[in-house]
Design a protein. Structure first.
Lengths: 120, 236
């Protein structure tokens, strides 16, 4: 029996693999920070004004931006792999991955707008 | 160990049966050296001549008798009966088209092997005698050349179950790496070009069933990671 579904190499796939791992490293480094901040607030080490000062700081906003971008990239790559694994009809796969890209991009842009207080 | 061992063997003849079934057999235990293939041979020769399975060397070299034994892939000829939980469930390699009983269609598996072009590719003129390797260069092939293409690793890989039509699977990728690391081969770039694909290579999710299943104790996952590292080095 010969399965004829062999389209050859697409010369891609490396970038997905690479960005998934790079974003994982960024998440491992940055994701604990908001939890430390949360713990500091609950323990009473930081008051509301102190929290706002930290969150408003340029470096915090920059790190927050990197965190959100890494989160979106990592989630997108992970879900893309799941769709590629389990959705075997090309039309459905392309549609689902495209829809996911749009939703995640929209969510990421919305979050960035909050971080940088776009529109005042 | 009891005098008799019990087996539950997968039976299916697509030309006669509507669905597969498991058939029970009792086989005398002949001693600690008894292998599962001995039990199957006893069934075939003494109890039921219709049982169909592949076998050849009986020494773990030819790779003919890859089977799913109590849920784990392995070679019947080197799997001791002692130590296997009874009844011993013997099934064909998973995710394969069954031709009859324990015999599966290996065509697609070998087609994928051919896709990685498993032969020496060179551009430089052929030397008068042979293409020499240092002992260190030869040692690079250890862990790859021993593969006997039994299919135990590939058919234990869930990624291959879901996308076996495009994912090359552990055995073919182990062999691809074998030619990539061969110092005499001069087509590494071409080989990497042919492998750089979301489905052909990057469907490997490091589940490592292949490593567990390999009867030669090879590590296809490490070979696949080496190919990924070569691609990373090429891009960086």
């Amino acid at each position: 029996m010969n399965f004829a579904k062999e389209p050859g190499a697409a010369h891609g796939g490396f970038s997905d693999w690479y960005w998934q791992r790079l974003s994982a490293v960024a998440l491992a480094l940055l994701l604990p920070l908001p939890f430390f901040l949360l713990a500091a607030v609950y323990s009473g080490s930081i008051d509301q004004q102190g929290l706002l000062d930290i969150v408003d700081h340029f470096v915090s906003r920059l790190l927050h931006t990197i965190l959100i971008v890494a989160l979106m990239v990592h989630a997108y790559m992970g879900l893309k792999v799941i769709f590629e694994d389990y959705v075997h009809q090309t039309g459905w796969r392309v549609a689902l991955i495209g829809a996911m890209l749009l939703v995640m991009s929209g969510f990421g842009i919305w979050w960035l707008a909050i971080i940088w207080a776009w529109g005042g | 160990m009891a005098d008799m061992i019990t087996l539950s063997v997968f039976r299916y003849d697509p030309e006669q049966d509507d669905a597969p079934s498991m058939q029970a057999y009792e086989v005398p235990f002949t001693g600690p050296g008894m292998k599962l293939l001995d039990a199957l041979n006893y069934i075939k020769w003494q109890l039921d001549g219709t049982l169909t399975y592949r076998r050849s060397c009986g020494e773990g070299v030819c790779g003919s008798d890859g089977l799913n034994i109590n849920g784990v892939n392995g070679l019947a000829c080197i799997t001791p009966v002692a130590g296997l939980k009874q009844p011993i469930h013997v099934r064909p390699l998973p995710s394969m088209h069954v031709i009859r009983d324990l015999v599966v269609d290996m065509d697609h598996f070998f087609d994928q092997y051919r896709q990685i072009q498993p032969w020496l590719k060179t551009e430089t003129p052929t030397p008068e005698h042979e293409r020499l390797q240092t002992p260190e260069q030869r040692a690079e092939l250890d862990g790859s050349y021993e593969c006997i293409l039994c299919g135990c690793c590939t058919t234990s890989c869930p990624s291959w179950w879901w996308n076996g039509d495009r994912f090359l699977g552990p055995a073919a990728l182990l062999q691809a790496n074998r030619w990539i690391v061969d110092s005499r081969d001069e087509a590494m770039g071409e080989r990497l070009d042919q492998l750089e694909d979301s489905f052909r290579l990057y469907r490997c999710h490091q589940i490592m069933n292949c490593m567990e299943a390999c009867p030669k104790e090879l590590n296809p996952t490490a070979a696949i990671n080496n190919i990924k590292r070569k691609l990373l080095a090429r891009k960086s």
